[in-house]
Design a protein around this ligand. Structure first.
Ligand SMILES: Cc1cc2nc3c(=O)[nH]c(=O)nc-3n(C[C@H](O)[C@H](O)[C@H](O)COP(=O)(O)O)c2cc1C
Ligand code: SF4
Length: 387
């Protein structure tokens, strides 16, 4: 995988040089298949973590036969260290709403929801104003698609698309078995396209600048620009839009404090990259596209970092499946025992096997991804885990 140099860009956050609803109006004059193909050609992948190709998701959703379809903007943003979606909703909400409407028109949905993280409820008055403005516009261009805000209740797992749908239906926020996928049977059993806030804003910009220009950003396997929520030991904390494809080294040089020993990429669900692997790409193979990047310098205890992550996982596991419910607690107790000296260092190897078993047997991405941060920290910072 080749890297390119770090470059700050201004695609998703660019001010409204063209009114996003005018982009929507233009899109509506095209053939639906052409717009979906443009999304496919752009190489845009979902920015909510799993990185599924957005155009393909829309194509499959459009192929579903149903009397009712839904579009959901996933604004649950519960991954520790990420705050990019909030910034988008504050600064360029029309790009997000326009992305929802373009998606709805392309797949044939008439009803949409913004699933908003409860902690962001202070955004509701401004968002309601934006939705009112959109409603007027939609009427003018005869687009039959309305949007409502649905407030989450603060659980990390409810960002997982099927748990999110369960919670919208008034049930416990627990992930469903997949298949069927939401595009087949989602909200109220109807085809539902769930996309992340940033994905939808990016989709609007793909329609504005075209697939070729969008694809000219990035590398052969990572296309476009992406928002990074940067926190930790950085003098430049905040949200930065960067062209995809840079190495972790360039990233650490730009955003670290000169003493970076590790970068956590993709939030707690992602990987902890140690200095010796800094040549790798920041969204390398298997790394998630969520955008939370935490920078740790040499003063940080990686034991404490891992302890915090496991504490979070044990708290947020919905408890539905045994590997995750019990596994998260056992990993936490296990590293505490090794640190206290009541278990030998070799016990870490057994714990790594447990984390791998969780990856293979857990029902949803929460339990499946624990091994990413666990194994990358235990493997690369083993000496810090030991008594
Ligand atoms: C535990 C867990 C939490 C998640 N939280 C979010 C979230 O807050 N926002 C989000 O967009 N996707 C989240 N996802 C991913 C969603 O399930 C889904 O893949 C995503 O919303 C699809 O949108 P995209 O294709 O635009 O990425 C989460 C997944 C898991 C397993
Ligand atoms: S993996 Fe964890 S969060 Fe996901 S369904 Fe199982 S218990 Fe719930």
């Amino acid at each position: 995988m080749s890297n390119n140099n770090l470059r700050k860009v201004d695609v998703i956050f660019s001010p409204y040089s063209v009114e996003p609803y005018d982009i929507l109006k233009k899109v509506k004059q095209r053939k639906k298949e052409d717009v979906i193909q443009e999304l496919i050609d752009s190489g845009l992948r979902g920015r909510g973590g799993a990185g599924f190709p957005t155009g393909l998701k829309w194509k499959f959703a459009a192929q579903q036969k149903s009397d009712q379809k839904y579009v959901i903007c996933n604004a649950d943003e519960g991954e520790p260290g990420t705050f990019k979606d909030r910034k988008l909703l504050v600064e360029v909400p029309r790009k997000v709403i326009s992305g929802m409407a373009i998606c709805a028109w392309a797949v044939g949905a008439t009803k949409g929801f913004i699933y908003l993280r409860r902690e962001y409820r202070y955004l509701i008055p401004e968002l309601e104003k934006e939705i009112k403005l959109y409603d007027k516009y939609a009427k003018d261009i005869e687009l039959d698609f309305t949007i409502e805000i649905f407030l989450g209740a603060g659980a990390y797992v409810c960002g997982e698309e099927t748990a999110l749908i369960e919670s919208m239906e008034g049930k416990r926020g627990e992930p469903r078995n997949k298949p069927p996928y939401p595009i087949q049977e989602g909200y109220l059993g109807k085809p539902t396209t769930v996309n992340n806030v940033e994905t939808l804003a990016s989709a609007t910009m793909v329609c504005r600048i075209g697939a070729d220009e969008y694809k000219s950003l990035g590398t052969d396997d990572q296309h476009g620009s992406k928002l990074f929520s940067i926190s930790g030991d950085s003098p430049k904390e905040g949200v930065h839009e960067l062209e995809l494809g840079m190495s972790v080294e360039d990233f650490a040089n730009e955003f670290g404090d000169g003493d970076t020993k590790a970068v956590q990429v993709g939030g707690v669900a992602g990987f902890c990259i140690p200095r010796k692997q800094f040549k790798s790409s920041i969204i390398g193979e298997g790394n998630t596209t969520g955008g939370s990047t935490m920078i740790f310098n040499s003063t940080r205890s990686m034991y404490n970092v891992l302890h915090n992550y496991l504490d979070f996982y044990a708290e947020e596991s919905c408890g539905q499946c045994t590997p995750c419910r019990i596994g998260t607690q056992q990993l936490l107790k296990g590293i505490e025992a090794v640190k206290a000296g009541t278990k030998p260092p070799e016990y870490l190897d057994q714990l790594s096997k447990l984390a791998e078993t969780m990856r293979l047997t857990s029902k949803c991405g929460l339990g499946q991804s624990v091994t990413n941060s666990f194994s990358s920290i235990v493997k690369n910072f083993r000496e810090e885990m030991i008594f």
